[in-house]
Design a protein. Structure first.
Lengths: 112, 112, 112
């Protein structure tokens, strides 16, 4: 099974819940989760900024094989560069399209 | 691919993100999105009221072929009439059933 | 059709909307909904506590056949026991895995 976690809120509690959920999916003892993806967009982009509060959690998830994608559309609207994002975070043209694509491929959807 | 955006929060930022996401899906340059639907219910109904702050955005989405459905159950509970909603907004008996039906038809789900 | 309602927010309005949506799905007049499940985790666990504000609603849903699952991982992190939860609420090792499993089985996903 595969899961995409969609982080698009500016609420820090929701952002942290999103990262914790991704971690819990990775560590599932029943080993039924094959792949975990995170897509960040809108205010959720704060989660993957180099100057954010969640740097350690995101870097650990990246090291453990979680694919983290950030919305380029959001970067443009917020006047951010890819260099403002943690190394290893990919960009996609539009986060909502990426979330659609992943569900179309069979990923379950979780919105923290 | 097809996507349903579910707007059911009273949070104005979330409502606006929902409409922006629908717009971004429509304008996807890779042209992989065939259909975008919006279902509003609970406090999210404010998004499609004639006296709301998002009239222009919703009217533009309707003109561009987005199907916008409002929950009749919510209308009844809030003492609203169909005439309180923007022209072109359809009603469905229950928003949650409509969102279930669309996912059952293969729509991806996005919750702003 | 089948639907899982995912309650993981500490926001009381969202928790109540989640329970109301489950009720509305049950009472769907078109009778197209065969099964409704609720998964609670993180701050959403408050919804199923014996000392919560939503005891009556949750007990009525349980009586009407809704399967309500609480995340054991959350219980541990919050120092709660199963006896702190309403009778009839099941526990699952990890809420996010359960929500993934249900979607993998064909359940639609609703996040209040």
């Amino acid at each position: 099974m595969q899961t995409v976690v969609h982080i698009l809120s500016g609420d820090e509690a929701e952002q942290q819940t999103g990262l914790a959920i991704a971690r819990n999916l990775l560590e599932d003892e029943t080993d039924r989760i094959d792949d975990v993806a995170i897509v960040v967009q809108a205010e959720g982009i704060a989660t993957v900024r180099t100057d954010g509060d969640t740097v350690d959690d995101v870097e650990a998830l990246l090291e453990d094989g979680v694919e983290v994608s950030a919305c380029s559309n959001t970067l443009e609207m917020m006047d951010l560069e890819e260099s403002d994002l943690l190394e290893g975070v990919e960009t996609v043209p539009e986060g909502a399209v990426e979330v659609t694509r992943l569900q179309d491929e069979g990923y379950a959807y979780l919105r923290p």
